[in-house]
Ligand binder design. Structure first.
Ligand code: ADP
Ligand code: 5GP
Length: 199
């Protein structure tokens, strides 16, 4: 058990900086990032198989029917899902596996992987969230408004999460997540097998 990696679920409002944090975590060799499937259109900078596996609605439905997804959810009109195989494989190999998924998906994964650590990322305030969404320039006004409305619903679920990270500075937010994982690795439940070593 001690050699297994930690499963870290990162959620938070669109624009809070999850993607930016996750990009930085890629520099840590002890971390692996799950790549989701989605029916959303790629953003200009996004690459197939790096940021997402971009699917048609039909292909996504086939993935569901073939039981290829650990979880899936609809978010603001598009479907998103976590491919199943990679998750257990990477944890068993000792990597800390990061899932950057919405609140619905987080609840489903936590039901299956009860030891998963859940982190909710928020910006310092709502104004900053809007500023970041506008600044990213990847969604039209209608989509930004949908995502801001959804953000108000998502923050209601903060009490369901293990930890909150306020992303005021990217470097600090990344360090906070690394600290959470470090502490989670010391969780007593992971060391039950050690009892026998002292008998
Ligand atoms: P999410 O993945 O949560 O939707 P992104 O990572 O795409 O959010 O970040 C949204 C925008 O905010 C991006 O333009 C990103 O560069 C910017 N951003 C992220 N973190 C910070 C931060 N700590 N300070 C200022 N801008 C940030
Ligand atoms: P975006 O379109 O901004 O990349 O993502 C929109 C939302 O979908 C974010 O909350 C993001 O965390 C979530 N998301 C991304 N991949 C998955 C996934 O595999 N499953 C679920 N449930 N949500 C996801």
């Amino acid at each position: 058990m001690t050699n297994k990696g930690v499963l870290i679920i990162i959620s938070g409002p669109s624009g809070s900086g999850k993607g930016t944090i996750v990009e930085k975590l890629k520099n840590n060799k002890n971390y692996a990032l799950s790549i989701s499937a989605t029916t959303r259109e790629p953003r200009e900078y996004e690459k197939e198989g790096v940021h997402y596996f971009f699917k048609s609605k039909n292909d996504f439905k086939n993935m569901i029917n073939n039981d290829e997804l650990l979880e899936w959810a609809e978010f603001c009109g598009n479907f998103y899902g976590t491919p199943k195989e990679y998750v257990s494989k990477k944890i068993n190999e000792g990597f800390n596996l990061v899932l950057e998924i919405d609140v619905q998906g987080a609840a489903k994964v936590k039901d299956i992987f009860t030891d998963a650590v859940t982190v909710f990322v928020i910006p310092p305030d709502k104004m900053e969230l809007k500023k970041r969404l506008l600044g990213r320039g990847t969604e039209d006004e209608n989509t930004i408004n949908k995502r801001l409305k959804r953000a108000c619903e998502e923050v209601e679920l903060i009490p369901k999460y293990d930890y909150v990270v306020i992303n005021d500075s990217i470097d600090n937010a990344v360090k906070d997540i690394e600290s959470i994982v470090k502490v989670s690795k010391m969780c007593a439940k992971r060391y039950i097998h050690k009892i026998n070593d002292f008998k």
